[in-house]
Design a protein around this ligand. Structure first.
Ligand code: ZN
Length: 309
């Protein structure tokens, strides 16, 4: 497996306390650490006086109180939401009710593709199906704040509605869970899709922002170089999957065992879904074959290996 990427796991931050994480931007980390969330969800505050919040976080009263406390005597005019997973958007309702802010996002939660017959949504519990933005933003749309300008950057892949937000004056991108410094992103069908995710990485590699503030973990400096490393990392993973299939037809658990060396046992299910995401993409490209639509329980073979594969 080509591992040319360095993840930054040295990030210490106390939950539910406001701290300055960059010039003109503060963060309050929710107290929801875990194998998918690292130290917790990062709720950012842009500006001073008339401010914007990026990702209010989970529906946790302690977190909502800490976030509102961080902006007391200030006016929250904008709430930006990167995507509708339960660790990012459910606090929106309470923060909006307390502040009267306008909520901006790409749209409600939706699947990256229709469900196959008999398919269930394995990560259903992770989606916030109640969320609705006040303003649905399209790619490239600009929102003017008090002393800051934010550009909407559609970045589907982790979820179909994932959106990053570029803070123009600072050259900073709020990258949500699309790019994180501590880990790769989980791309789990049917909520996520690998071809979307790769296209969104290519899109960011062509942008100018060099500092990313992420949904979880430390800021990512030299972000373009990091995005390029993520692209190489995924190509390496795809090559590993193809290498395993080159030895004969097999199923996803066998591929995960061969490809994800030293995997945290809590992440085996997620690794299976990420492998499914790669296989969906490979089947769509005609490189890999399976019976019927690609499924978590399916058997996969190289498309040119014939029936004996
Ligand atoms: Zn998250």
């Amino acid at each position: 497996m080509s591992d040319d990427i360095t993840f930054n796991k040295n990030f210490d931050i106390a939950p539910e306390r406001v701290s300055e994480i960059g010039p003109g931007v503060r963060v309050v980390v929710a107290d929801n650490p875990g194998p998918f969330t690292f130290k917790g969800t990062m709720s950012y505050i842009i500006g001073r006086g008339k401010v914007a919040i990026v990702d209010p976080g989970p529906d946790d009263d302690t977190h909502v109180a800490a976030l509102l406390d961080a902006v007391r005597n200030e006016t929250v005019r904008h709430i930006f939401v990167t995507h509708t997973h339960r660790d990012h958007s459910p606090a929106v309702a309470k923060v909006k009710a307390a502040t009267g802010a306008t909520v901006y996002a790409e749209g409600p939660h939706r699947l990256a593709r229709p469900l196959h017959i008999g398919e269930t949504r394995r990560l259903d519990a992770s989606a916030d199906l109640d969320f609705r933005p006040d303003v649905a933003l399209a790619d490239g749309e600009i929102v003017d704040g008090d002393g800051f300008t934010v550009e909407a950057v559609t970045t589907p892949g982790h979820t179909a509605n994932h959106m990053a937000f570029a803070w123009k004056e600072a050259g900073v991108l709020f990258a949500g869970d699309h790019v994180m410094g501590w880990s790769t992103t989980i791309v789990a069908p049917p909520d996520g899709a690998m071809n979307d995710y790769m296209a969104s990485l290519d899109k960011l590699a062509r942008r100018s922002e060099q500092l990313y503030l992420c949904g979880h973990g430390a800021p990512v400096p030299q972000a373009r170089r990091y995005v390029e490393a993520l692209i190489r990392h995924r190509h390496g993973r795809e090559a590993s999957i193809l290498h395993r299939l080159g030895k004969g037809a097999t199923d996803i658990p066998t591929i995960v065992k061969a490809v994800y060396i030293g995997l945290d046992p809590r992440l085996v299910g997620a690794a299976g879904l990420s492998t499914l995401a790669h296989l969906e993409d490979l089947v769509a490209r005609g490189v890999v074959a399976t019976e019927g639509p690609p499924s978590i329980t399916g058997t996969y073979r190289l498309a040119d290996a014939g029936l004996a594969g």
